[in-house]
Structure formats: C-alpha cells, structure tokens
Design a protein around this ligand. Sequence first.
Ligand code: MN
Length: 243
Amino acid sequence: MIEAVKSANNEGVKTLFGSPSYPAVAVDGEDATYPVHRIFCVGRNYAEHAKEMGVEVDREAPFYFLKDAQAIVQSGSSVPYPSGTSNYHYEMELVIAIGKPVFKASADEAKAAIYGYAAGLDMTRRDLQLEARAKQRPWDLGKNFEKSAVIASIAKSATVGEIGPQRIWLSVGGIVKQDAHLADLVWSPVEIVAHLSRFYYLAPGDLIYTGTPAGVGAVVTGDQIHGEIDGLTPVTLTIGGAE
Ligand code: MN
C-alpha cells in the first residue's frame, strides 16, 4: 500500500518541487534562530480596541485566527502595499514564542512553555476583514496574506520579566498612534497559552500574536511604522508601492 502522507523532509522521499521553507526568527544573544511553525493571533484582547471596532470584548473566552508561517516578514523590511485593499492597517502586538510542547496546560505549564517574546505587527486588510465579519465569513483575506506578520527578534522570557508594566506603542512617520501598557491585555500571555492549548497541541515554533491596543489606522505608500514594547527590540516597517 502506498502511504498517502509522508514527510517531505525525510531522506529518500522524492518531491515534485521544493518543499515549503519555514521562516526563522533571530533570538537576542543566540546564534541559533527560532524556526516558525504556526502563527496564532488573538482577536480583541484590549478593551479600548474592541470598542473602536464597534464590539465588546468577550470575557468568557478569547478567540483566534491564524496566519500561515510564510506570512512572516522580518522587522526593518519594506513591503509592497498589498493587492485587494484600499484600507491597509497596522496593529502593534506583543508576540509569544512557544518553546515547549503543551496540551491542556495548567497556568504553571503555560508559563514554562513560553520561550520568549517579540514585538510584532499584525498587518491587516481592514476593508476585507470588516466585509467578512459583516457577512459572518472567515477573515483569511483580511488577515492571512503574504508579509502580513511582521516580527522583530525574540527576547527570552527570563530577560523580559513579568508581563504588565511594559509600555506598548506605535508611531507612523513619528506621530504616536497607539499607546498602552501590557497590563491592559484582557487575557495575559499565560492565560492565552493555557486556553489555546485546550484546542491545539502547541509546540516549539508556534507564535501567538496577542492582539492590539486602541488606535489602529491606515497606512499608505511611503509610510514608516515604528513600534516598541519596553525591553524588546523595536519593530519597524516601510510601506512600498502597490504590488
Ligand atoms: Mn491583531
């Protein structure tokens, strides 16, 4: 019997074309990089942002969407203004990097599974996301597209300390647009990892974008985005011409 599914990376497995390559993210103070497996994103995790989107935070449970690993783009890049949108938005976010396999994690297990944190941008085709939302359709066209998951280098958890007091902010062309603190997160990183691990076997290489504070907005060609979270490497992005 022919096996239907094999690992394309296994020796001796012939493939019709090159297998997809996974991006790797730099880690502060390490030569080795962090290979990205999956990208989970949390929706509406700051009350003030939920309000500006015209919805309430659901305090019963967080909700999620995903981006493909290939959506990763390195901080400092210039990306084209994406096709299919005329309302391309920044969302400044704290990113969790998972470093241990966890399933149905307790709070302690969830905490131990967090390898580190990075500053990231969940770039969004807002018009397509809102259209999908209104029609109760999936958000993929609005959220999951090439070069939409921007990330700076990862700092190990031990160097970051307790999550809460850090300021998270973003400017476009030097004008501050988002300004909050990680204490404003509705669901903390530990709570998110514990909750998400009820539904997925989280594994090293999984990133979780934890949601954005209030102040999201559109960018245009030529804009320079600069985002910071205290204690982490800043994330920057330049918006290029139409693709
Ligand atoms: Mn987001």
